[in-house]
Every structure is written in structure tokens, then in C-alpha cells.
Design a protein around this ligand. Structure first.
Ligand SMILES: [Zn+2]
Ligand SMILES: [Zn+2]
Length: 270
């Protein structure tokens, strides 16, 4: 059990199609900000539905780059190799093989799609209420976690509410508790962590993803594994609102959070 380790284990670099951050800049900024454990989790979203937008990269090149960062900065910061996998039911087998083929420390499983579309694009909501899209999102998430749970932590569980027309004004855990509880049950059964993603705090939702009611519910159901990530796509956002996230975890009844090395949790006391 470690004490007071500052971590950021949801971080993007230019290996992600939606980031231009150089790994070197990310690591140097992380050191400057006092982050002690940094995990790159670049996007692999196979069969992403938007044409000409492939979230994919060559993992052997990625690995070499991370090793170079370790030899340059390894005495000042712990650098881990992770990945953020965009879940879809039919990709379960391919993702399992990917995780077996490369020495990842950490994998985040993320639901980026609803009905085969990314809610980031407003068309996803065309002709539907936010509540309909949100419900479908949690249905898809449940189906995907049933099919694939080889990740270590479930990313931004209620990602969809960042993008609805009404955002979170009419959103509550309670409205979707039937589906969310099933997801949490699976995480606990398979010993998977729940991520607290501070991006929601930046997007004026006023809460991280997932909503604290979901963190509280996971804890109440017996869940103990939580990871913390900023989802920074630019170095200046590294470690963003980390202290606030830790405070929230404490309020939700957690006594520690964790990071992963070779898919094994390392615990940090709150
Ligand atoms: Zn994501
Ligand atoms: Zn991300």
C-alpha cells in the first residue's frame, strides 16, 4: 500500500488520432506537475463508425516509444503502457488477443458508441430524446461488458451525458439504475475497477464521469477498485482536478485508489 502517490492513468498522446501531444512533452509536463505515476492510454477503437477516422496505431512502435521515455525519465517518474479500448461486442475476441500479444500494464474499456454512433456527433441525438439515447447507451454498455471484460478499469461509465442536448440537467443514476447496477455487478464479479474520469468536471457537468452517485453505489455493492484519470489529450490538462477526485472518492466511502502494473493493482491510500 502506497501513500500520497499522484497518478494520472488516463492520458493520450499523438498515438491517438484526436491528440497531437508529443510523448516527451507529456512526460516532462507530468514531472513538472509532480505526477509520480503516468500511464499512456492511447485510443484503439477498431471499427469506429466515422469514415476516414481510424483510432488505431502500431503497438510495437508505441512500445518502443514508451521504452525510450522510460530510459530517459524513468528515475523521475513511473511510466506505464496502457491502452483505451473502444468496446463493441463483436471486437471482444480481437481485443483479448491484442492484450495477450503485448506487454500492456493497463487497459481501459470504454463505451464510445451508442447504437453504433459516437454521441460526440450531434446526429446521434437526431429525432430522439436525450433520455432515449442515454438508455440505449447503458444497454449497449451492459452488452459490451458482458461480451468483453478483459480490461482493468471501466472508463467514464456515463460518457454519453457529456453530449446530450440537456447534458446532465435531466440525468440521474436513479433513472438508469436497472442497467447501471447490472454493469457494476459485472465489474465486481470480474474484479474490475471503475474509473473516475475528471474530464466531466472540465466539461461543466459539475461532476466527473461517472456521477458520484454511481461511485457510491459501486462502493455500497462491495466494489473497492477505483482508478483516476484526467483523459488529457493536451499536456496542460495532465493531473487535472486530481485532488478533487480523491476528495470525492473519500466522500463516497473509498479508502484507496489504484494504478496497474502488468494488469495487477497497486493500491494507494487516500
Ligand atoms: Zn474515452
Ligand atoms: Zn480517453
Amino acid at each position: 500500500m502506497e501513500r500520497r502517490t499522484r497518478i494520472d492513468i488516463h492520458v493520450h498522446s499523438e498515438f491517438s488520432t484526436d491528440s497531437q501531444a508529443k510523448m516527451d512533452d507529456v512526460v516532462r509536463t507530468a514531472i513538472d506537475k509532480g505526477i509520480q505515476v503516468l500511464c499512456f492510454t492511447d485510443h484503439i477503437d477498431w471499427d469506429y463508425p466515422v469514415e476516414d477516422l481510424a483510432f488505431d496505431f502500431d503497438v510495437s512502435v508505441y512500445q518502443k516509444n514508451i521504452e525510450a521515455m522510460r530510459s530517459r525519465y524513468g528515475e523521475r517518474i513511473r511510466i506505464l503502457m496502457g491502452v483505451e479500448l473502444g468496446m463493441q461486442e463483436h471486437l471482444a475476441g480481437r481485443y483479448r488477443r491484442l492484450l495477450a500479444d503485448y506487454p500492456f500494464d493497463f487497459a481501459i474499456g470504454s463505451q464510445h458508441l451508442v447504437g453504433g454512433m459516437d454521441p460526440y456527433y450531434p446526429e446521434t441525438f437526431a429525432g430522439k430524446t436525450d433520455a432515449e439515447v442515454y438508455r440505449q447507451y447503458f444497454e449497449d454498455l451492459l452488452a459490451d461488458v458482458k461480451a468483453f471484460h478483459d480490461f482493468d478499469s471501466l472508463g467514464h461509465l456515463d460518457y454519453v451525458v457529456r453530449y446530450g442536448r440537456t447534458r446532465a440537467r435531466e440525468y440521474s443514476y436513479r433513472k438508469y439504475a436497472d442497467l447501471i447496477d447490472e454493469v457494476l455487478k459485472l465489474l465486481i464479479r470480474y474484479n474490475k475497477a471503475l474509473e473516475i474520469n475528471t474530464c466531466g468536471l472540465r466539461k461543466q457537468l459539475g461532476f466527473p464521469n461517472p456521477h458520484p452517485d454511481i461511485l457510491r453505489r459501486y462502493r455500497q455493492m462491495g466494489g473497492t477498485l477505483v482508478t483516476i484519470g484526467s483523459d488529457a489529450h493536451r499536456p496542460e490538462l495532465l493531473g487535472d482536478r486530481f485532488d478533487q477526485a480523491v476528495g470525492l472518492l473519500r466522500q463516497c466511502g473509498f479508502s484507496h485508489y489504484c494504478y496497474y502494473v502488468k494488469h495487477e493493482p497497486v493500491f494507494v491510500m487516500i
